[in-house]
Design a protein around this ligand. Sequence first.
Ligand SMILES: Cc1cc2nc3c(=O)[nH]c(=O)nc-3n(C[C@H](O)[C@H](O)[C@H](O)COP(=O)(O)OP(=O)(O)OC[C@H]3O[C@@H](n4cnc5c(N)ncnc54)[C@H](O)[C@@H]3O)c2cc1C
Length: 384
Amino acid sequence: MDFSLTPEERQIRDTVRSFIEKEVMPLEPEVLRNERAGRPGLTPDVLRDLRAKARKSGFWGINTPEEYGGAALGPIMSAIIAMEIGRTFVPFSFGGSADNILYAGTDEQKQRYLLPTIEGERRSCFAITEPGAGSDARNIRTRATQDGAEWIINGEKTFITGGNEADFVMVFAVTEPHGVTCFLVDRDMGWKSEPIHTMGEWGPASLVFQDVRVPEENILGELGKGFELAMQWIGQGRYMIPARAIGSAERMLGMAVEYAKIRKSMGQTISNYQAIQWMIADSQVEIEAAKWLTLYAAWRVSAGMDARHASSIAKLNGAIMANQVVDRVLQIHGGMGYTKELPIERWYRELRLLRIFEGTDEIQRRTIARNLIKGHARLGLIGE
Ligand SMILES: Cc1cc2nc3c(=O)[nH]c(=O)nc-3n(C[C@H](O)[C@H](O)[C@H](O)COP(=O)(O)OP(=O)(O)OC[C@H]3O[C@@H](n4cnc5c(N)ncnc54)[C@H](O)[C@@H]3O)c2cc1C
């Protein structure tokens, strides 16, 4: 068993780390100022410039196949890069990627949706959740009915990330008697969006479809096979959620260690107190555990193995870890941790989402337990 990175992988990791430290972290005070004034943390221009700089250094389409101009670095490097990006709260990601299910499109759909999304010219959103169907995604009520060469969509979606900014949506609708189907629907076909305000610094949107007419050729994949596509979208990158959180947790733990070394109470620095040391130690143990569970899930994906069970374990563990670590880091900073002078409260609010979206804690536990009970996963395996 070998946990080391190859020299090339190490070089990629170090280059990303230095890019984040030199180009992205210096924007943190500006992001905080903007957000506190009710503006987006980064303007689209700044984000475009940052991505252009990153592209020059070769960081474009981290997980995008080479034939589409991407770097195709694979799941393990994608997870490691997400850990590096997670060290900053600046809302940044490398450009050049698109939703995995867009690769299931026809050649024409690829031209109209996939390629412009990779180039950053178009923005997508993924819409399955509805007011009456979140964890219970099979209960969606949005309907598409056929009318000649068109489908007419009616229904409402909620909590859709990027839904207020996207110019097309991958929307899932019931197409009786053919189950659920995924449609590519341009905004100018008539759907409307409304932002939803959340405790985080960015908000999803609700989408309304009222007699929205969509041409037949905009079905993504096969009629009635939409649910499989939805699960492919959600399942593919589940390990990426804890990956980013690991970077955030490590950065914050570093802040807590530094603060504990200088903050004095009752004649000593608080780093001398066991109560503080235990919070530091427990946090590092949990971060390390999350790191290796996440990399294991990514390794299974890269080896072409079924990674669903491992990804559920990594996502559940990583989401809980991040929330525990940010809570301890805030506690170690005392009153300062609770202020908006420091970014800890921002992370505290943002990381809370990880226990809810892309499968809540409870749904991950349900999946893990059911896999064991039904024999889809076995105990006592190593590296199999
Ligand atoms: C900021 C944000 C962004 C999002 N982005 C998207 C997006 O881009 N696209 C999209 O389609 N959706 C998106 N979602 C929706 C997200 O996936 C759902 O919120 C999530 O799946 C939970 O569904 P729900 O909110 O309806 O909660 P519910 O399903 O109503 O759950 C309520 C509570 O009951 C528990 N529960 C539910 N069923 C069970 C069960 N069988 N056993 C035990 N406990 C159960 C849940 O764990 C939870 O604690 C987003 C949500 C948020 C908050």
